[in-house]
Design a protein around this ligand. Structure first.
Ligand SMILES: [Fe+2]
Length: 319
């Protein structure tokens, strides 16, 4: 099956205005897609859509955050034939609705809204990495870029908390053809679309507390400088860090997560593993050190920045 990755996430959210500000500050571009709903795009055309919590077209919320959560994840596939094959498969034991735009909609075994469509994303290319290290200078006579905000290139993954992880994983991997890329056996499974190259497009996590719910969506940015520029901008805009900045040993990326009024968190990532069928999945012990090589728990708020540097903005009276 030719799943290309994540195309769209649809939130049901009570406070649409707060959600709108969050995604604009995060760096997505407002989109007029004719749906009548607020929508925002990453550079590759992957979309975040915000709908009212009582939208009759949305599946019921999963988990406790009924006023702010993802209600449906849409994965792209290469062709109409792929969509038809998935529709035939899913129709065997659940209701599948086809919309006028050709997308199909159902729910997964835990009730999470699941949709497939011919992908509407395009390939994007980050700017050349110009990095100077001894013997390998790629930025000569040129100052490095500095970012006052991020402009995410693409949405890369979604994470669900699950309390029934083995059947949940089997549904996506054994039945729908997602590929397993790494695992905390019995506790967490990283999977990617079969035609995608992100380390993961869908991560299922069972933290062992018997609950289920949406956890976060992640976006790739083009450089480490952009990741820090984006995170610092979100902090200046008074969005709260969930965790970060930091670095994941699994998938290798730098990360920074922000709490999202639409539900869960949104994550900036940089330098994630890119994989194909030659990737060797590993089993990992579920430890804090395997989650993060290092991480700041509460971001880099102004009281932590420029400490002791005389004359910094910290010392200036508020306007
Ligand atoms: Fe993530």
């Amino acid at each position: 099956m030719n799943h290309t990755g994540i195309d769209k996430v649809t939130y049901g959210v009570a406070d649409i205005e707060a959600g709108k500000k969050f995604w604009i500050d995060f760096g997505l571009t407002p989109l007029d897609n004719g749906s009548g709903h607020e929508a925002f795009a990453a550079q590759n055309g992957s979309v975040v859509e915000l709908r009212p919590v009582d939208d009759p077209d949305l599946p019921s919320p999963v988990g406790e955050d009924v006023n702010a959560t993802v209600r449906e994840a849409t994965f792209g596939v290469r062709s109409k034939e792929d969509v038809q094959a998935l529709a035939a498969n899913l129709s065997e034991d659940r209701d599948v609705r086809e919309d006028a735009d050709g997308s199909i909609h159902t729910v997964d075994p835990l009730g999470y809204g699941l949709s497939f469509r011919v992908t509407q994303t395009t390939r994007v290319k980050a700017p050349e990495q110009e990095v100077n290290v001894p013997g390998r200078a790629t930025r000569v006579n040129k100052r490095a870029d500095k970012y006052d905000h991020a402009t995410p290139l693409e949405m890369s993954h979604i994470v669900y908390v699950t309390d029934d992880i083995e059947p949940h994983k089997e549904f996506y991997v054994d039945r729908l053809g997602f590929k397993l890329t790494d695992a905390y056996p019995g506790r967490g499974y990283f999977t990617r679309g079969a035609a995608a190259h992100h380390h993961h497009n869908l991560f299922l996590l069972n933290p062992g507390h018997g609950k289920r719910g949406f956890h976060h969506v992640a976006f790739e940015v083009g450089s480490i400088h952009e990741l820090f520029g984006g995170g610092n901008n979100m902090t200046r805009q008074n969005w709260e860090t969930m965790i970060g900045p930091g670095r994941h040993p699994i998938s290798s990326c730098y990360f920074w997560y922000f709490k999202n009024p639409c539900g869960g968190a949104a994550e900036y990532d940089f330098d994630s593993d890119v994989v194909d069928d030659n990737w060797e999945a590993r089993e990992w012990e579920s430890t804090p050190e395997n989650f993060a090589e290092w991480a700041l728990a509460e971001g880099m708020a102004s009281e932590m920045m420029f400490k002791g540097i005389q004359g910094s903005f910290r010392d200036k009276p508020a306007e």
